[in-house]
Design a protein. Structure first.
Length: 116
């Protein structure tokens, strides 16, 4: 099983980034996918989640209206579009998968830094 995040980087406040998580080795289309983030010195927190069919989506209150999670089951990839970024969005962003049999996997993380 592999989950490989990409798309992180340095962006100015108010800017945008699109994270991608390319997966392999499990049944992506029936797996619940989530994005978490962990800022330095803080606990990991849930950012957004999306069900296998894309019909159930949840967001943390701190990112509602700014972030959009989506998935492409043909490409086994989940995305996180991040707009209107703020310095407090700075963190390592992790991709997470939970299969229908409740197996769980994590990606290695990608750094997002929002700074002028």
């Amino acid at each position: 099983v592999q989950l490989v995040e990409s798309g992180g980087g340095l962006v100015q406040p108010g800017g945008s980034l699109r994270l991608s998580c390319a997966t392999s080795g499990f049944t992506f289309r029936s797996s619940y996918m989530k994005w978490y983030r962990q800022a330095s010195g803080k606990e990991r927190e849930l950012v957004a989640g999306i069900a296998g069919a894309g019909d159930s989506i949840d967001y943390a209150d701190s990112v509602k209206g700014r972030f959009t999670i989506s998935r492409d089951n043909a490409k086994n990839t989940v995305y996180l579009q991040m707009n209107s970024l703020k310095p407090e969005d700075t963190a390592v962003y992790y991709c997470y998968a939970r299969s229908y049999l409740a197996y769980e996997w994590w990606g290695q993380g990608t750094q997002v830094t929002v700074s002028s």
